[in-house]
Design a protein around this ligand. Structure first.
Ligand code: FE2
Length: 388
C-alpha cells in the first residue's frame, strides 16, 4: 500500500524571488543590492563556454560591484570535495553570497559550498534533512540548462567516493534566495544535453504529479510543467529554437517547484543508482528510464497520465481510452529520447550493467516509497531486464 495523508499542508517552499523570461538575468545586481550583498563569488559552469548571456551578466555585475571573482572547478557530476573546495574560496575571500551560473551540477555544488562555508566539519556529516546548524550563505541561482530545477529546490545531491554513492543534503534553508530563469543561457546547450535535461524535467513533473502523497499544489505544478514539456517534444525533436528554450526553462522551474515540495519516485531511484555506480549523467539516466517505468506502472496510472496526454494531443486522442492515451505519451517520450541520441541503458553504463546491484540500490533510495505503486528489487530488476 502507498501512504496517502488524510489532509495536506499547502505551505510552499520556494525562493523568495523567482524571475523567469529572456533577459531576467539583468535584474541580478539590483536583487543583490536589495539584499545588501556586495561580495559575491561567481561559480560558473566550465562547460558553458563562450556565452553572450554570461558575458552580459558579468559586465553588469562588474559595473555595479567592481571585479567579481569566478571559480570554474565543477565536475559534471558534483561531489563533496568540489563543494568543500569552493567553500574554502568563499571563506578565504570573505564572500557574502554565491552566484551559481550553470546546470544542476553547478547549482548543487554551489549549494553544498554555501553550507560548507558557514558550517564546521565535512559535508557528509550533513546528509539528510536539516542537519546543518548554521544558515548557508545566500545563493542566487541562474540555471543554464532546463532540467534539474535545482534553482528552486531545497536539496543538493553530491557524490562521495568510498564507497561510491550519492548523498542528499536537504533543508528549507537550502532553497536558493533567488532563481533567475533566463532562457538566453540555453543558447549554448548542445541539443543532446538539452534533450536529456528536458526529459529530466519531465520526470520531475510526472513523478510529483503521480505521487499519491503529493499536495494539490505539487500535482497542479507537475501537470502544467508536464504538458508544457510534452508540447515541445510533440512538436519535433528540434530542441534548438528560442521558443522551445523559453518554454522548457519555465517548465523546468515549475517542475522543480512540483517535486521540490513533494518528491521524485522510482525513475529517479534507478537513475541515481546508475549515476552512483556508472557515473551515468543524471538527465540521460532519467531519460532512458522514464518511458519503461511509466509503461511498467501500466493501468495503475492510466487515468492521471491520460489527463496529461489529452491536453497535449486533444485531437489525436479524441475517443480513445486512458490506456491508449498513456501509450501515446510513453511513445512520445521514447521517440524524443531516441531522436536526440540521449543514449541507452547499456551505453550509459559503459556496456556493463549489474541489474542486481542497481535494483538493490534503487530499492534503498529515499524516494523508493514515493512512487504510485510500491516498488521492490524484483520490480526494478524486471524493468531493467525489459530494456536490455
Ligand atoms: Fe532529476
Amino acid at each position: 500500500m502507498v501512504n496517502v495523508p488524510a489532509y495536506f499542508d499547502l505551505k510552499l517552499l520556494a525562493p523568495r524571488r523567482i524571475l523567469t523570461g529572456a533577459g531576467c538575468r539583468q535584474a541580478l545586481p539590483s536583487l543583490l543590492a536589495e539584499d545588501g550583498r556586495s561580495r559575491p563569488l561567481l561559480v560558473v559552469d566550465p562547460r558553458l563556454g563562450t556565452s553572450p548571456a554570461l558575458e552580459d551578466l558579468t559586465l553588469r555585475l562588474e559595473s555595479a560591484l567592481g571585479p567579481v571573482p569566478v571559480t570554474l572547478e565543477v565536475p559534471g557530476e558534483p561531489d563533496v570535495e568540489c563543494s568543500e573546495a569552493i567553500a574554502r574560496v568563499l571563506k578565504a575571500g570573505a564572500h557574502d553570497c554565491v552566484i551559481a551560473v550553470g546546470g544542476g551540477s553547478v547549482i548543487d555544488a554551489a549549494k553544498g559550498a554555501a553550507v560548507a562555508a558557514t558550517n564546521p566539519g565535512q559535508l557528509v556529516a550533513y546528509e539528510g534533512f536539516d542537519r546543518f546548524p548554521v544558515d548557508p550563505l545566500p545563493l542566487y541561482a541562474l540555471p543554464t540548462t532546463a532540467g534539474t530545477g535545482s534553482e528552486v529546490t531545497r536539496v543538493t545531491v553530491l557524490g562521495v567516493h568510498h564507497p561510491p554513492r550519492k548523498i542528499s543534503i536537504k533543508g528549507a534553508r537550502l532553497v536558493p534566495t533567488a532563481a533567475l530563469v533566463d532562457p538566453d543561457f540555453l543558447v549554448t546547450v548542445p541539443p543532446r544535453v538539452g534533450a536529456a535535461a528536458a526529459t529530466d524535467a519531465l520526470t520531475h513533473a510526472l513523478e510529483a504529479y503521480l505521487r499519491p502523497a503529493s499536495t494539490p499544489v505539487s500535482r497542479a505544478l507537475g501537470l502544467r510543467a508536464a504538458t508544457m514539456i510534452l508540447r515541445v517534444m510533440r512538436d519535433g525533436a528540434d530542441y534548438a529554437t528560442p521558443a522551445n528554450w523559453s518554454e522548457l526553462a519555465t517548465a523546468s522551474m515549475l517542475a522543480g517547484l512540483a517535486f521540490g515540495n513533494s518528491d521524485v519516485g522510482p525513475v529517479h531511484c534507478l537513475a541515481e543508482s546508475i549515476g552512483a555506480v556508472y557515473k551515468a549523467p543524471h538527465g540521460a539516466a532519467n531519460a532512458v528510464f522514464l518511458g519503461p517505468v511509466l509503461g511498467y506502472y501500466g493501468n495503475l496510472v492510466a487515468e492521471p497520465l491520460a489527463e496529461v496526454a489529452r491536453t497535449v494531443w486533444p485531437d489525436e486522442l479524441a475517443g480513445l481510452d486512458a490506456a491508449a492515451a498513456t501509450r501515446r505519451l510513453v511513445a512520445a517520450v521514447d521517440a524524443y529520447v531516441a531522436a536526440n541520441a540521449v543514449g541507452t541503458l547499456r551505453s550509459l553504463c559503459g556496456g556493463e550493467l549489474d541489474v542486481d546491484v542497481i535494483a538493490a540500490l534503487a530499492e534503498t533510495n529515499n524516494s523508493n516509497a514515493s512512487g504510485p505503486i510500491p516498488m521492490t528489487v524484483t520490480d526494478y530488476r524486471a524493468i531493467m531486464v525489459s530494456m536490455l
